[in-house]
Design a protein around this ligand. Structure first.
Ligand SMILES: *Cc1c(COP(=O)(O)O)cnc(C)c1O
Length: 374
């Protein structure tokens, strides 16, 4: 039997065909027709007019912060419970992440804490330069209060939707809520280009400026004239071809992951001490990963016992993101709460959720968990 991974790429004949088409067309260079096409396809899919294909989600976050005017010495509110890239980019521009706790009802950044922190900082005359929201594990953050407060104080929102392509909030696509949004096509995401990202925005001037910075800030003249510091952040044409094929199958991938999530919930419903990441009624997630919370008292074993029992069967599961306020690298970052994110990390486990996961394998996983129960 082969190893079962947490969230492996799901690629097939359609991807192979488009990739070979790109190869045969001789557009091996960065840029080319599939890059433009991938941007058009993403704009259409998300209903966000501006889209820029980049080499990673991290590159997209970095450019977004630069274009939102975040500068050295600024503070940026970031959820503590996220992948480290969300906060790393804040340090790339010389700013400081302020780590905000999760809402237990959604695991995403707590809107009440964001509002309170903005009010407090407004009184003290030190508003953050931006707020980054994360659509965690494929579920949108709770935008209504966050967007209203950020609009009141004129603080731009950057939406890290790296994990959430295909999700929605009150009928609107993930990625569309902030001044800019970011998707990732890393190998473990719901669709992949092996590595890649997309910056999206309703502000097409912002996207054009990002396009310029992402290609070494070349002035439109033949002799390589530069008046700004740029980056080499564009996605290659070959990988964009892969992304276009993947995007065409996005709905099937969301449906497959939703069915997996529902199967886990059904199979473990009567097991004491196992709870699932809550889905809020305000939207529809993309079901990227199925995550559980293990109450070791009630269950009879801890989340690490489950992880090790699965690992013994060559099945990969992973603890939920270790909160950034508990990471040594951010030990000096200011925090706003943190107990909720810490308690999720103490009990949280992400289960194999790949869109090709076989039902027999899912059954092996849930049987293993049930066998450990008291
Ligand atoms: C994956 C991920 C990123 C980074 O995307 P890359 O394409 O790997 O650079 C950023 N934020 C979150 C929340 C992620 O899950």
């Amino acid at each position: 039997m082969t190893r079962i991974y947490l969230s492996p790429p799901d690629v097939g004949e359609a991807e192979r065909q488009l990739l070979l088409d790109a190869f045969d067309s001789n557009w091996i260079a960065p840029l080319g027709p599939h890059v433009d096409g991938f941007e058009r396809d993403m704009a259409e899919r998300t209903q966000i007019p501006g889209a820029l294909a980049l080499s990673s989600g991290t590159a997209a976050l970095h450019l977004a912060l630069l274009l939102l005017g975040v500068e050295p010495g600024d503070d940026v509110l970031v959820p503590s419970q996220t992948f480290v890239a969300t906060a790393n980019v804040v340090t790339y521009v010389g700013a400081r992440p302020v780590l905000v706790d999760s809402d237990p009802a959604t695991w995403t950044i707590d809107p009440a804490l964001v509002v309170e922190e903005l009010e407090r900082r407004a009184r003290e005359g030190r508003l953050p330069a931006a707020v980054i929201t994360v659509d965690l594990y494929g579920q949108c953050a709770d935008y209504d209060r966050i967007l209203a407060a950020c609009a009141d104080y004129e603080v731009p929102v950057l939406e890290d939707a790296a994990e959430a392509l295909g999700a929605s909030y009150r009928g609107r696509a993930a990625g569309s809520f902030g001044a800019a949004g970011v998707f990732s096509f890393n190998g473990n995401k719901i669709i992949t280009t092996s590595g890649g990202g997309m910056l999206v925005s309703h502000d097409e001037a912002l996207i054009e400026r990002a396009r310029y910075l992402s290609t070494q800030a070349r002035e439109p003249v033949v002799h390589y004239e530069h008046v700004a510091i740029g980056f080499n952040y564009r996605l290659s044409n070959l990988l964009a071809a892969l992304g276009r094929a993947q995007l065409r199958g996005l709905d099937e991938r969301v449906a497959a992951r939703k069915a997996i999530n529902e199967a886990y919930r059904a199979a473990l419903a009567d097991v004491p001490g196992i709870d699932f990441m809550p889905w809020a009624a305000y939207g529809e997630p993309n079901y990227w990963l199925t995550c559980i919370l293990v109450d070791s008292e009630a269950f009879g074993a801890g989340h690490e016992d489950i992880r090790m029992a699965l690992e013994a069967l060559d099945i990969e599961s992973r603890p939920t993101w270790k909160p950034l306020h508990l990471q040594p690298v951010f030990a000096d970052a200011p925090t706003v709460g943190g107990a909720v994110a810490a308690s999720i990390f103490e009990r949280g486990l992400c289960l194999p959720s790949g869109s090709r996961l076989e039902s027999a394998d899912l059954e092996r996983i849930t049987d293993t968990i049930r066998d450990l129960a008291r």
